[in-house]
Design a protein around this ligand. Structure first.
Ligand SMILES: [Zn+2]
Length: 164
């Protein structure tokens, strides 16, 4: 399966609110989820991918989770999340730069809660709970926005930077 990345701020698929994955649909969406995992792991840059970005309007994302060790951030896990829901957000907000595979070469600062708690279903449809902060929390929030038809460019504070 070759994944085609949807791009463009007015792309209809990217702007559609995605629907939940039912237990019955799991076997139908998992092959795409596995491809998304493989694709993300093959990328040097990029922290996450949402199903609408590969043309599927279902609530499924893949994300890299990061930890800091001796001042360096590195990926410690790449996770597939089905039906992710943020159940709690911290009051403290952090402004940091984001980019997106669907908005190539565009970068800008987005304000997001520093810490979140979330629930999602794993590959076996088991309910999982996680608390994430810093960069990992930001990645998950960015990807869940995709499931609601929201792009980071909608939320940029200040100037958008074009590169490349
Ligand atoms: Zn994105």
């Amino acid at each position: 399966m070759k994944l085609t990345i949807q791009t463009g701020e007015t792309n209809e698929i990217l702007r559609t609110i995605s629907t939940e994955v039912t237990k019955e649909q799991l076997k139908d969406v998992l092959p795409t989820g596995k491809e998304m995992l493989k694709w993300l792991k093959s990328k040097k840059n990029g922290a996450g991918l949402a199903a609408p970005q590969v043309g599927l309007n279902k609530r499924m994302i893949v994300v890299n989770l990061y930890e800091e060790e001796e001042g360096e951030w590195h990926i410690y896990k790449t996770l597939l999340m089905i039906n992710p829901v943020i159940t709690w957000k911290s009051q403290d907000m952090v402004l940091d730069e984001e980019g997106c595979f669907s908005c190539p070469n565009q970068y800008g600062n987005v304000l997001r809660p520093n810490k979140i708690q979330l629930e999602f279903r794993d590959e076996r449809f088991l309910l999982k709970k996680l608390e994430l902060d810093s960069f990992s929390g930001r990645v998950v929030q960015h990807e869940i926005d995709h499931l609601d038809g929201v792009l980071f460019v909608d939320k940029v504070v200040g100037e958008m930077v074009m590169e490349g």
